[in-house]
Write a protein of this length. Sequence first.
Length: 151
Amino acid sequence: MGKKVTEVVVGVIMIMIAFIMFPLITDSTHDVQTDPQTDAFAAVVTGVGVTDADVVLTEDAWQDDAGRVTVTSDNVLDTPVSNTYTPATNTLNVTGLNASDTRTLTAVYDYDATTDFTGLGSIVGMSPLIIFVMLIFGGGLAIFDAARGRR
């Protein structure tokens, strides 16, 4: 009877580990898939009544998502926010700028670091799910075997 209890405990622990580790593994795969990039844009000028400007990023923004780009300004009157991103030209529209003013904008974003290796991004992206399923399957199998009295 002691061996069955041990197998059930091991199975439950494996399942708990899967749920605890899944967010950590997901975050780490993002770090493997991307590299950080910082672009500075000097002398960005807005005209009379204009509170936005376009800047061209040097790399493709990760997943073509403007929401993942953080923009700062050296002008204290600005509250810059990345608005839209055009993937074809790497153009980022920034809003929240003070009209009729000049500033230096800095954009910090991630870009895809796996483009040199065909299929690597997909494999890395799927790895957390594969690990999660294997831990759940292994824990469930240990519990199932103990319940059926095998071994």
